[in-house]
Design a protein around this ligand. Structure first.
Ligand SMILES: *[C@@H]1O[C@H](CO)[C@@H](O)[C@H](O)[C@H]1NC(C)=O
Ligand SMILES: *[C@@H]1O[C@H](CO)[C@@H](O)[C@H](O)[C@H]1NC(C)=O
Length: 377
């Protein structure tokens, strides 16, 4: 009897698993958890905005994109950026288009304004060439929302924009391509690390309020990662026998501490909006996650010491590498961080809430106010 029962068991399960499969098929056309997702930032989020700019900070060449369906797109990694993966976790069927090539009604689902080498400060990254700094990304967004208002009418545009998530990750280049490049920039002579963090956060605060004034009500702000642990930082600055460059990580930490306070302040003062801080470094050790190479990039690095050598053959097992090139992380690592930002329950990773919870938040939509009181439609 026992035998018969266990023989029968798979039989009974079959229809159930068929049901599950057909449910999954139904879900393919399901709506994403938020109707739109806008992305602001630097090379960690860029998906092609620099391709036609005069800059060395662009990567629309092989081996970048080796694990991305469309090949090299301008993403600074082998596959997807962290933002790409969050967009998938939210249930979008397509990635958010880069501002440089977005068109038509596509923009109703969001736009990616991020630009490699850009920073909170206009001048950060300028030694590498052209880039779209955060202030310019915000003015590009104003022109996009004007177009949305023309497509939908002001009232509907305003309602839509309140439901979107606005993801912002910027600040790394204000350190690695400004403060810690004293041969090009004056900032390290003008400011102590504490003063510089305060100065950056003051600008950043203004920029986030501009987003709010343009109708954003769900804002996900990512801190600056461990910029002292990139293979490039270790080569340039040396590590004093520790595993990372402490002065870079300490500066990033000062910035992140102030950013968390800023999130608190904005949540207190702008009560009809929700801001959240996402920790850009993982909660679990790289070793425990199966990453075996943490101090070298997967691809062969070119003479700039940062980006992959064009046309070179990268490493074989890319899932074992935290870094893809000497500065940017691999698809495998981005997936870990994206999943934490999306679903982490600990306030160390997502404060005060994760992206999944932010998506579910109900934002008061009755307000009849004009999103574009502060911009030109
Ligand atoms: C920074 O750039 C923005 C637009 O890109 C411009 O309006 C602003 O005046 C610039 N600020 C400084 C201090 O140069
Ligand atoms: C740096 O500071 C010096 C002296 O104060 C000034 O002459 C120079 O223009 C500054 N350079 C930059 C890039 O701001």
């Amino acid at each position: 009897m026992a035998n018969l029962a266990s023989n029968l068991h798979p039989w009974w399960l079959l229809p159930v698993s068929f049901l599950l499969v057909s449910n999954i098929h139904h879900c393919v056309n399901a709506e994403p958890q938020v109707p739109c997702y806008f992305i602001f930032g630097d090379s960690l989020s860029d998906s092609g905005n620099n391709n036609n700019l005069a800059t060395t900070a662009k990567v629309n060449y092989s081996p970048y994109g080796i694990d991305f369906p469309k090949g090299p797109t301008g993403r600074f990694t082998n596959g997807r950026t962290m933002q790409d993966i969050i967009v998938q976790l939210l249930g979008f069927q397509e990635f958010i288009p880069p501002f440089a090539t977005s068109k038509g009604r596509q923009i109703l689902k969001g736009v990616n304004y991020a630009s490699g080498s850009s920073g909170i400060l206009n001048e950060s990254g300028q030694q590498l060439g052209d880039r779209v700094c955060m202030n310019k990304q915000l003015s590009n967004h104003q022109s996009v929302i004007s177009t949305i208002a023309k497509l939908l009418g002001k009232r509907s545009a305003s309602k839509l924009l309140r439901k979107c998530i606005y993801a912002v990750q910027i600040g790394s280049n204000d350190y690695i391509n400004n403060y810690f490049k004293p041969e090009v920039y004056n900032t390290s002579r003008l400011f102590s690390p504490e003063q510089y963090a305060a100065y950056l956060i003051e600008q950043y605060s203004r920029q986030l309020k501009t987003l709010y004034n343009n109708g954003a009500r769900k804002l996900a702000v990512f801190g600056v990662g461990s910029i002292g642990c990139t293979p490039n930082a270790m080569v340039i600055h040396g590590t004093d026998s520790s595993t990372c460059v402490e002065k870079l990580n300490n500066a990033a930490q000062l910035f992140n501490e102030r950013l968390i306070s800023l999130v608190d302040e904005l949540n207190t003062n702008l009560r009809d909006a929700k801001f959240t801080y996402l920790n850009p470094t993982g909660a679990t050790s790289t070793k425990a996650l199966g990453f075996t190479v943490i101090n070298a990039g997967c691809c062969r690095i070119g003479s700039d010491g940062e980006l992959c050598l064009p046309g070179s053959e990268p490493c074989g097992d890319r899932s074992k590498y935290v870094f893809w090139d000497a500065v940017h992380t691999s698809d495998a690592w981005n997936e870990i961080i994206a999943e934490e930002a999306y679903g982490a329950e600990s306030s160390g990773q997502a404060y005060p809430l994760n992206i999944n919870k932010m998506a579910q938040l109900h934002i008061n939509n009755d307000a009849d106010e004009d999103i574009c009181g502060h911009c030109v439609i």
